[in-house]
Ligand binder design. Structure first.
Ligand SMILES: [Zn+2]
Ligand SMILES: [Zn+2]
Length: 350
């Protein structure tokens, strides 16, 4: 476990420790591609490396100094994080309200300008693209120039769960830092050490996390997390058995929730994805990778009824719905299509 309070990276020592040392001693690459599944610590690693680059302590990142704390809070003047909706130099642009899904070329131009200036207080300037796959083709082209001729005293990190969405040219100019899922035991221990929860709850969350420590830590901080999860899973089962009328009513309800609380709908859909993925794994005869092991009986029954093809169809429909909701398709339309795309399991099966 790598710590730079208040940031904690669970696992990944083989990747993180040598890179941290390289940054601390000025031997780092100019650019890193930090990739891996969602909630495994990619953004945390990027910020820890940023802290290592700007903390002035010998044991950077010390985790105690003002620089380390400001990196963790996202307010250090030498550490810029680019994400959709961020600032640029044009006074008439307001990307925080234009529902931008891309990192725009004007945002890239702004950081190019910043990189040409000396660091304010640290040893170097750090750029974090998070997620880097939000660079559109224009902004990626503009950024490529910087990547090819990196300014002195700069460190760039591209964070993404989808490295395949970046061009080969960009990927080939970054050193790869690939994070994988961490062990259930490592997550269980960190939950007990930092999550403030008892051993039983830690064991359940560690198992459900499927190797994603960030997911487990977030879940540990939400007291009613397990209750909400059970409610969403029950809904997945009910819908799989429901007819068209009930499904469309559910789509209407969910669309109404979406207009006031997008996160709730996104959490619901991701719970359903986990459930259907488990059904797929079970139907394919590889249940070892299942996440919802406490619902094994109902998943087994659903796998028998839907077969792998049905579970796959559900996952495709869920993926499409999530994409549609992100690209501002009418929520009702996206959710209607989802509900009609889910396979129908015979009642009494699950
Ligand atoms: Zn420090
Ligand atoms: Zn702009």
């Amino acid at each position: 476990m790598l710590e730079g309070t208040p940031l904690t990276l669970v696992g990944h020592d083989a990747v993180a420790v040598p890179t941290m040392l390289a940054v601390r001693t000025g031997r780092a690459a100019h650019a890193y591609l930090v990739s891996g599944p969602a909630h495994t610590g990619k953004s945390t690693l990027a910020r820890l490396l940023a802290a290592a680059a700007v903390c002035l302590d010998d044991a950077a990142p010390c985790g105690r100094c003002s620089a380390c704390h400001r990196v963790a809070q996202g307010v250090h003047p030498d550490v810029e994080t680019l994400r959709p909706g961020g600032v640029c130099d044009s006074s008439d642009h307001d990307h925080s309200t234009d529902r931008s899904r891309d990192i725009r070329i004007c945002q890239v131009r702004r950081v190019e300008r910043l990189l040409s200036l000396s660091p304010y207080e640290g040893r170097c300037r750090v750029l974090i693209f998070d997620p880097a796959d939000a660079l559109n083709s224009q902004s990626a082209d503009a950024f490529l120039k910087t990547l090819e001729e990196p300014p002195p005293r700069s460190l760039m990190m591209l964070v993404t769960a989808e490295p395949g969405l970046l061009s080969d040219t960009i990927r080939s100019r970054c050193r790869a830092l690939t994070l994988s899922r961490v062990s259930e035991e490592a997550i269980r221990q960190v939950l007990i050490a930092t999550g403030g929860i008892d051993a039983d709850r830690a064991a359940v969350l560690a198992r459900l996390a499927g190797g994603r420590a960030g997911w487990a830590l977030t879940a540990a901080r939400a007291p009613d997390f397990l209750t909400q999860r059970a409610r969403r899973l029950d809904e997945a089962v009910t819908l799989a058995r429901a007819g068209r009328v009930e499904r469309l009513a559910a789509a209407e309800r969910l669309a109404a929730v979406f207009t006031r609380n997008r996160d709730e709908v996104s959490a619901t859909l991701s719970t359903w994805v986990d459930w259907w993925r488990d059904v797929l794994l079970m139907a394919a005869g590889v249940p070892a990778g299942m996440v919802n092991t406490d619902r094994q009986d109902e998943i087994e029954a659903a796998a028998g009824a839907s077969r792998a093809a049905g579970a796959w169809r559900a996952l495709v429909a869920l993926r499409q719905a999530r994409q549609d909701l992100e690209s501002n398709v009418s929520p009702r339309l996206a959710l209607d299509a989802l509900m009609l795309g889910l396979p129908l399991l015979p009642r009494g099966v699950t």
